[in-house]
Design a protein around this ligand. Structure first.
Ligand code: UDP
Ligand code: MG
Length: 347
């Protein structure tokens, strides 16, 4: 198949939470690349870098606004509060879909090599609708993160959830794929598990991941565990089945224990028993509590899903295709720039 001759409009989404330390550098690097790709007609001149401010408490939003005011290729939006990485990515994808032919999401610290976006676009022009960025090795990670990540992918696989190993949220999606993703209404989001469910023609590009250049990880262990747990309970009901199996096995074992105890009783050897009784009472009690806990987790998820709460609210979108003059007027309130998918607040 030959490559599509039309250069697509590319939007690059950067989810940003307290990223004032890395954002200016990241955007400089991306801008240089994007200008190169526009010049070489890999992508269309209407392509944009779209920064999603996820309720940052530092100067991130000010930085985004000033970049938008001075650089036509930059745009952004801000969520009304911190909604987490997955929701920030989603907000960016849906806000960009009306404008872009293909959309890449990449972390704002550019740990994922932005140069391979060119490979992703080539794959898109050759017909792929979803292109996954996959890390060729994990050397820049701590041993701990490497070990836990490996264990997590194994667990996901054994639980029957389809995920792409060593792929984070660095990927390209066509507008069609993003619109398809919009049909998934769940609020417990684990994009890495949802996107493989979409189907379409997919492709993989490999890259090496660099260490974070500045600032701290916005994914402390607690958030990482929450994401992993969301991935498991959001995609798989197998833990519930495991409880059932466990319950059956334990019942069988207790049956054996019962027969054994009765024989001891019949033969008059009843002094033994205190230890084993205590242990089994505690053990079974623990299992029951665990089982209830896991079932409770799923019921909690069902409760949240039935409410179908909105996943995020966009507070402001910086119109991506306004000229620099229009942007200045817009900011001072002189101009309303109409654009699809976004209604300005009522006059
Ligand atoms: N992030 C976000 N909202 C959050 C936490 C993180 O938008 O509540 C963004 C963050 O700004 C970054 C990306 O998610 O662009 C990944 O975070 P980070 O690089 O800190 O994660 P790590 O690389 O350490 O896994
Ligand atoms: Mg990072």
């Amino acid at each position: 198949m030959t490559e599509n001759a039309v250069a697509p409009v590319l939007h690059i989404i950067l989810p940003c939470y307290n990223e004032e330390e890395v954002l200016p550098n990241s955007v400089d690097r991306l801008l240089a690349l994007l200008k190169e790709w526009i010049a070489s007609q890999l992508v269309d001149g209407e392509s944009r870098i779209v920064m999603v401010n996820d309720g940052s408490r530092d100067r991130t939003w000010e930085i985004i606004q000033s970049l938008w005011l001075s650089e036509p290729l930059c745009s952004g939006l801000t969520l009304s509060r911190n909604r987490g990485h997955q929701n920030a990515v989603l907000a960016g994808l849906f806000a960009s879909a009306p404008f872009a032919d293909c959309i890449v999401t990449i972390d704002a610290d550019l740990q994922d090599d932005p140069r391979v976006i060119a490979d992703m676009v080539h794959a898109f022009r050759n017909g792929a609708e979803i292109v996954y960025g996959v890390r060729s090795k994990r050397e820049t990670d701590s041993r701990f993160k490497r070990g836990t990540a490996r264990a997590f992918y194994r667990l996901m696989k054994s639980l029957g959830a389809e995920t792409i190993e060593d792929h984070a949220d660095f990927r390209l999606m066509s507008r069609r794929a993003v619109n398809a993703l919009g049909e998934f209404k769940e609020v417990n989001l684990f994009l890495r598990g949802l996107i493989p469910m979409l189907g379409f023609k997919t492709e993989i590009v490999y890259y090496e991941r660099a260490p974070r250049s500045a600032g701290e990880s916005k994914y402390p262990l607690k958030k990482m565990l929450a994401l992993a747990w969301n991935g498991i309970t959001g995609l798989s009901t197998r833990p519930i089945r495991l409880i059932t199996i466990l319950g059956f096995s334990i019942s069988l074992v207790s049956l054996g224990v019962m027969i054994y105890t009765l024989i001891r009783y019949a033969t008059g050897q009843t002094v033994v028993g205190w230890t084993s009784t205590t242990i089994s009472v505690w053990f079974i009690g623990g299992l029951i509590l665990m089982a209830l806990g896991i079932i409770g987790e799923y019921i909690g998820k069902i409760y949240l899903e039935t409410k179908a709460r909105p996943r995020y609210f966009i507070e402001t979108i910086l119109p991506p295709h306004a000229s620099l003059d229009e942007r200045r007027d817009w900011q001072t309130g002189k101009e309303q720039i109409p654009f699809p998918g976004f209604k300005p607040e009522s006059e």
